[in-house]
Design a protein around this ligand. Structure first.
Ligand code: MN
Ligand code: MN
Length: 463
């Protein structure tokens, strides 16, 4: 009898678990890469710290600060620090900018609790900071966990004072209280969205009264500590950006240490991948490589440091001018990889994902043709030809990738900076790391996916 050929391998698309395909060298390189990422993440808890730490790394790699009007030639490495809150880096290519740049764009802001401009008050002989949460959070996750405060106070005289409270193991930490279960019958009958009110998310800041017999003695005592440590007064807090962020250390997760837990993977995990990739471009690339660490993605990418800001055009136009190119020609021929995290399939919550199209931990960098919600509203939706191009680039470089989708149709959804790049006439596709417990104070990613996302960014720069 004639033997029948099994055509499955030829005709079907079957993604594979990275641990079934990786070599020993891959595994060592992955661990090495992830140690660098863990250090960066642990030390970068706000967009300002992400920028400062990225600038320090860039300078070590030979990047120079971009100064308007400076001459630029192929192979030059420059960075532009936009107000300390977003960062643009470039490696000038052999070809003029009119041939297009290869851009990668991630964001470095993460959900958190911002202190209000008049935050400090006293109630019942306890001092508190009022907060206004930043980005999309599930409020109940942010109570009864240790918090740190990171930020900057801008003084009237033009100086700034950096504040970090709680990062050093000798520092005190802070927290937002929650109700004990014994008295939470009413709270527990509410929905998760209603059980914690934003205006009750006040940070406990102190309890010792100042030694006099005036009003607000505990508030005065806390303010005097801030004054002695940072030289600031209550009025200076008006021109401050102080952020309460989770105090958890970045740690390996899982008995096999295959995962990383920490605060702010969204989207510092992709920001670091881009950074490391632009650092690792050997010599002079064909096309100019641009790496963007953007702010304000979690609140809609508005504002001077967000991806909708003309600061991007300003920087790109300067690079174009330096190589005798027009900005609109550059954009029309550029490629942008919008590097942002995507959702990883979580078997504890199977109902929100459609398994055939969901991202999986350990399956590599997650490509996303479209984001948006309810009928792809608010999406970039990469053209099919661009998806084919990325398949070619990644397969050619031996980068493992998977297709992902942000949840079931009509389940919810989300956005990235992709549409703001697409709107600029730049071919754009989303690619990033699948995350478990996205936007929680402690998010989880797989080391393999982190490493493949770095390899994806590098492959695009070198394509
Ligand atoms: Mn994101
Ligand atoms: Mn996000």
């Amino acid at each position: 009898m004639e033997e029948k050929k099994d055509y499955r391998a030829e005709l079907f698309y079957e993604p594979k678990n990275g641990f079934d395909t990786m070599t020993a060298e891959d595994r060592a390189a992955m661990e090495d890469y992830c140690e660098g990422y863990k250090r960066y993440l642990n030390d970068s808890r706000t967009e300002r710290e992400c920028v400062a730490n990225a600038v320090a790394l860039a300078r070590e790699q030979g990047f120079a600060e971009f100064v308007p009007g400076m001459a630029l030639k192929a192979g030059d490495r420059v960075y532009y620090n936009n107000r300390g809150k977003s960062l643009l880096l470039a490696v000038m290519g052999e070809q003029p900018m009119s041939e297009g740049a290869v851009i990668t764009a991630a964001h470095i802001d993460s959900p958190r609790l911002d202190l209000k401009q008049l935050p400090l008050y006293e109630d019942s002989e306890l001092a508190f900071f009022k907060t206004h949460y930043y980005g999309g959070i599930k409020k109940y996750q942010w109570t009864a966990i240790p918090l740190e405060i990171h930020g900057t106070v801008a003084l009237k005289n033009g100086e700034t004072v950096d504040v970090v409270i709680g990062r050093d193991s000798a520092d005190p930490q802070l927290m937002v209280s929650d109700l004990l279960p014994h008295l939470a019958r009413e709270q527990m009958s509410k929905t998760l969205g209603e059980a914690i009110k934003a205006e009750s998310m006040n940070i406990l800041a102190g309890s010792v009264p100042y030694a006099d017999d005036g009003a607000d003695r505990v508030k005065l005592a806390v303010m005097s500590i801030l004054n002695s440590q940072y030289g600031i007064t209550e009025a200076d807090l008006i021109s401050a950006e102080l952020c309460a962020v989770p105090a958890f250390e970045v740690r390996d997760v899982g008995l096999d240490r295959s995962l990383i837990g920490g605060y702010g993977h969204d989207d510092r995990v992709c920001a670091y991948a881009e950074l490391k990739a632009i650092f690792d471009i050997p010599g002079t690339p064909k096309r100019t490589a641009v790496c963007i660490l953007a702010d304000k993605e979690e609140t809609g990418s508005d504002g001077v440091s967000g991806m909708q800001s003309q600061a991007f055009e300003w920087f790109m136009n300067k690079l174009c001018k330096a190589t005798g190119s027009e900005l609109d020609d550059c954009f029309a021929r550029s490629l942008c990889v919008s590097a942002d995290v995507t959702v990883a399939y979580d078997p504890n919550y199977p109902d929100v994902s459609e398994k055939r199209n969901a991202g999986k931990l350990n399956y590599g960098v997650g490509l996303c043709k479209f984001t948006g919600s309810r009928g792809k509203s608010g999406t970039n939706d990469a053209p099919a030809e661009l998806v084919a191009y990325i398949r070619r680039v990644l397969d050619g470089a031996g980068v493992q990738w998977q297709m992902t989708e942000l949840g079931k149709v009509d389940q919810g959804g989300g956005g990235t900076v992709a549409m703001f790049m697409g709107n600029r006439n730049i071919d754009t596709i989303d690619a990033g790391v699948p995350v478990i417990s996205m936007h929680a104070p402690f998010e989880v990613v797989a080391k393999y996916d982190c490493y493949m996302t770095y390899r994806c960014m590098l492959a695009n720069y070198l394509a």
